[in-house]
Each structure stands twice: as structure tokens, then as C-alpha cells.
Design a protein. Structure first.
Length: 285
């Protein structure tokens, strides 16, 4: 089986377009179409269906083959990395999935250290919500990820113990934000929203459909400063921005963990293992 055809198949599946895959891989569209046809003929299956409205749609069997193809390509990369280990991983590739805040606070410090030591490694960063990062790892889109607990069935290593906290403009020393009583007055940072909902969605008295949900910590800070409401945000996320707000507890309390996730840390490529070692060094400082 031609490994290059598998790589083209993965790119077409990711882009959902032969044109976009051709642009990404810097090859002609006919070459992309030929590679897909050759793979379909070799396997005697249809990998994609064409839809006038949605473009290319991967078939059910295509989804199963895509998962195996990612594993095979990752294995090829691992073989090369092992061979190149004594030469600064020359020619190696690394894909990381990460929640945005971890990219800002952790990877921004780890990446320069890694690149100085291994200048020939190509690093690709894919950002998303914690759920999206977990899916990237599960589907072998990335080598490993950084997300927020719970981590499901994935292997994980805890980096930071985190919790949700409140931020208010008033200087009340013993203020507590009651999530049940103030739902319509809350500004929830999306970076921690998944954990809040996961832990509290069983309580019939708590419904966050009345709350404002915003993308980042800066928006929470600005809205609280302007009197829009009271903020609910991850302590770790808040540490990435400068502010003069009063921090307070929330009730019920919500605790979570930020950690590395992978199918198995024992089976990671050498370059991924080295990057994880550097991440731990940065976090432990």
C-alpha cells in the first residue's frame, strides 16, 4: 500500500475538499483525485460520496479506514523519529492539540525551548475546546493534547490543579457568587465552561442558558469592570491576564485538572515524549 496515498486521503478527509487538499499539499487536483481513486480501487471500497450542498462526505467505511490510516502514518513518523533521534530529530513532525489558554500560558514557554534544541522538527498546533482536543487525540489527529478534566478513557498526566472562581468589581472581602441565585447575572468564560457544565448539569436548579458565555478572559474582565455582571472563570485562565478585580469563591465549588492526554504515553513518538518532558519542566518551575 502506498503510504503517500494514505496521507493524501487523510488530507482530503480533513479539508473535505480535493481543491483545498491540493492547495495544502502543493500538488495538482488531478494528482489528488488519482491517489484517492487508486486507494479506493486497491481496497475495493468507496471512501467519499459527493454532495452538491456539502461537498465531499466521507463514507462509514472511510471513517474506519481514516482512523487506521492516521495510526499508520503516525507509525511511519515514529520510525523516522527513532532513526533521527541522534541527529536532533531531523525531518520529524509533531502535532499538538491544546485548549487556547494552555497554548498561551504553557506552550508559549515550552515551544521556544524545544525549537532551540530541535530546530529541524516541524511543530503544528491545533487549538480548540477541551472536548475538541480530546476528539483530536482519540482520532489520532494529534500526537497528544492538553485539555481539562474529565479525560474519559484517555491516558493522562496532570499538569495543574484548577478551579472555577468568581471575579467582581466590588471590594467585598467575604463575597461568594451563588450559581443557583445569580444565573442571569453571570459572565462565564468559555475556557472553563465545559467543566462547570459537566459538574453542575445534574442540578435542576442550575441552568446557564440565562448567563452570558464569552470566549476569553479579557472579555470577562472588561465586562465585569463595566458593570455587566459577575464573572465566573478558571483560576488558571485568569492568571493569563492583568486585572484589578476582586476574586471570590463560587457556590457550588467546581474543581478540575488541566493535563496532558494521549492514547498511551508509553507509545508516543520520541519527539512527542521529549516535548512533554519540556512541558513538565516549564510547569514545575
Amino acid at each position: 500500500m502506498n503510504i503517500n496515498n494514505l496521507k493524501i486521503f487523510i488530507s482530503v478527509a480533513d479539508e473535505k475538499s480535493i481543491t483545498e487538499a491540493a492547495n495544502k499539499l502543493y500538488v495538482s487536483q488531478p494528482a489528488i483525485s488519482k491517489a484517492i481513486k487508486n486507494l479506493e480501487d486497491e481496497l475495493s471500497v468507496k471512501l467519499f460520496q459527493r454532495d452538491k450542498r456539502n461537498g465531499l462526505i466521507i463514507t462509514d467505511v472511510g471513517e474506519k479506514i481514516l482512523l487506521l490510516a492516521r495510526q499508520l502514518v503516525n507509525l511511519e513518523n515514529k520510525i523516522y523519529q527513532t532513526a533521527f533521534r541522534d541527529n536532533n530529530f531531523l525531518g520529524s513532525k509533531l502535532k499538538i492539540g491544546s485548549i487556547v489558554t494552555a497554548s498561551t500560558v504553557i506552550l508559549s514557554k515550552a515551544l521556544p525551548i524545544f525549537r532551540r534544541k530541535y530546530p529541524f522538527v516541524s511543530v503544528e498546533l491545533l487549538e480548540g475546546s477541551s472536548n475538541e482536543v480530546q476528539k483530536m487525540v482519540e482520532e489520532h489527529v494529534v500526537d497528544f493534547g492538553i485539555g481539562i478534566s474529565p479525560f474519559g478513557d484517555l491516558d493522562y498526566q496532570i499538569l495543574i490543579e484548577d478551579k472555577m472562581i468568581g471575579v467582581i468589581a466590588d471590594e467585598q472581602t467575604h463575597a461568594i457568587i451563588d450559581l443557583k441565585e445569580e444565573q442571569s447575572n453571570l459572565i462565564i468564560c468559555k475556557s472553563g465552561q465545559e467543566s462547570v457544565i459537566n459538574q453542575l448539569n445534574k442540578d435542576p436548579k442550575i441552568r446557564f442558558n440565562e448567563s452570558l458565555v464569552v470566549q476569553n478572559a479579557e472579555t470577562v474582565v472588561n465586562m465585569v469592570n463595566n458593570g455587566v455582571g459577575k464573572g465566573v472563570i478558571s483560576e488558571f485562565v485568569l492568571s493569563s491576564v492583568t486585572h484589578d478585580l476582586t476574586i471570590c469563591d463560587i457556590y457550588p465549588q467546581v474543581r478540575m485538572q488541566i493535563g496532558l492526554i494521549a492514547h498511551s504515553f508509553d507509545d508516543l513518538t520520541p519527539v512527542a515524549s521529549e516535548f512533554i518532558r519540556i512541558i513538565h519542566t516549564v510547569v514545575d518551575k
